[in-house]
Every structure is written in C-alpha cells, then in structure tokens.
Design a protein around this ligand. Structure first.
Ligand code: ATP
Length: 234
C-alpha cells in the first residue's frame, strides 16, 4: 500500500533522514521505533507532505504522492495524528470530530463513522458538548484519534499516541489501535514505548540517526538481543 524508497529529509543544513526505505502493507500495523531525534516524526511528516525539503519516492496505492500538497495527501486517504494531541481547545468534542470529516460529502458514511468512533470511545460520546481543551490528556488523545478516523482514512499514521499517558490509559490506547486495525485500517505507528509497539506490530523498523538499522516482524524484534538492550531496557 505504502512504499517509501530512499527518503532523505533536510532541515536547512541538517541531514535528518538519510535514505530510509519502508514498506507498509495493506491491513498491517507497522511501527517505527528509535531514540529521540532518530527521525521518526520527520518520516511521518514527510509522508504527510508537511516537509518540503526531501527527496526519494513515496508511493501510495500505486501513485507517487511525494510532491502532493498535504490536503491532496489527506484526500488520498492518509491521515496523521500528530504528537501532543493537537485538537482545537475552544471547539466542542463534536465540532472537533466533524472537522475531521471536512473533505467528505457522504452524509451516510459520516454518520456511520461517527457511531463507530463513539463505540470506540464511549467517553467522547458522553462529552460531545464539552470544549476540547477541558478534556483530560487521555481524552484529548482519544479525540485526536477519533477526529482522524472521521476522515475515513485508509492509512492512519500516529506519532507517539501513548506519550504522557498514565499506564492504564497506555494499555487502552494500544488496545484501541489494535481494534482500529482489526476494523480494516492500516497503521503506521511511531512510539517511544518500544515494547508495547513491537507487541502489536506486524512489522517494525528501528531508526538510528536518520537510518534504518534493523527491521523485522514485531515479535522477532522483541526477542532480538540488540533491541532488548537498547530499547527495552532488559
Ligand atoms: P522525537 O521522538 O524526539 O520526536 P524523532 O525520532 O521523531 O524524535 P525527529 O523529530 O524526526 O526525530 O528529528 C530528527 C532530527 O531532525 C533531529 O536531529 C532533530 O533535531 C531534527 N529536527 C527535527 N525537526 C526539526 C526542525 N524543525 N528544524 C531543525 N531540525 C529539526
């Protein structure tokens, strides 16, 4: 579904991504793990069209999307849930969710997806009229995810969805990611929580200073001694 070949990203003179190649098959959960500054967020931002200074090819469903605008990329069915739950604090939960569907005109589909999101996140349903900014951190993360799903994406990219959440909510977020995947969405997940990410991922890439240094099925990397020492603290 998504094939990235030899991606390079620059920030001015800084060469942040140095020729990464990544494959995200249809229906899979793929994760990128690695230390701070390894280039995980930059990879997601490059796919989403938010970074201009880049080279390489990004093919999505057979089409080269590497030169498309962020809006066109969303239209193609790729959505990014950015780090830090960027919801609109002054809008209600419902308004935030509906903004996720702003490119759609299929009212029936929107209604169905709204029901689906409320099923996934019953807490959002109880709070539809509450302002986003007054939600707890975990609820804001759910809202950010829910808003992304309202765009009816094929590929959902998530940047650190478990960041800053209490352990019990971390488990909930990973359970929900699995559920979203089971409902047919392909997932590209960036996580610091390497153990939880590898646990749910069909395939994983380990990034170090802008390069892929290791890759394999999630279950395999969890047992890899190098990964265990560097990223799982065992
Ligand atoms: P983190 O988990 O800390 O976000 P990451 O793996 O997602 O790390 P990136 O945020 O992609 O890493 O950063 C990769 C490299 O690019 C780092 O060296 C970082 O300092 C640099 N970088 C990222 N954003 C910018 C920017 N806007 N301007 C300059 N350098 C940047």
């Amino acid at each position: 579904m998504l094939t990235i070949k030899d991606l390079h990203v620059y920030y001015g003179g800084i060469h942040a991504i140095k020729g990464i190649s990544i494959e995200v098959p249809d229906g899979a959960i793929v994760t990128l793990i690695g230390a701070n500054g390894a280039g995980k967020s930059s990879t997601l931002r490059a796919i989403a069209g938010l970074i201009k200074q880049k080279s390489g090819t990004i093919i999505f469903n057979g089409e080269d999307i590497s030169r498309l605008s962020p809006e066109k990329i969303v239209e193609r069915g790729i959505v990014l849930v950015p780090e830090g739950r960027r919801i609109f604090p002054n809008l209600t939960v419902m308004e935030n969710l509906m903004l996720g569907a702003y490119l759609r005109s299929d009212d029936e589909g929107i209604k169905k997806d709204l029901e689906w999101v409320f099923n996934l996140f019953p807490r959002l349903k109880e709070r539809v009229w509450q302002r986003g900014g007054t939600l707890s951190g975990g609820e804001q993360q759910m809202l950010a995810l829910g808003r992304a799903l309202m765009g009816s994406p094929h590929l959902v990219m998530m940047d650190e969805p478990s960041l800053g959440l209490a352990p019990i909510l971390v488990k909930e977020v990973f359970d929900i990611i699995k559920e979203i995947n089971a409902q047919g969405k392909t997932i590209l997940l960036v996580e610091q929580n390497a153990f939880a990410a590898l646990n749910i991922a069909h395939y994983a890439y380990v990034l170090e200073v802008g390069e892929v240094v290791l890759e394999g099925p999630g279950g395999e990397l969890i047992r890899n001694p190098q990964v265990r020492e560097a990223y799982l603290g065992v």
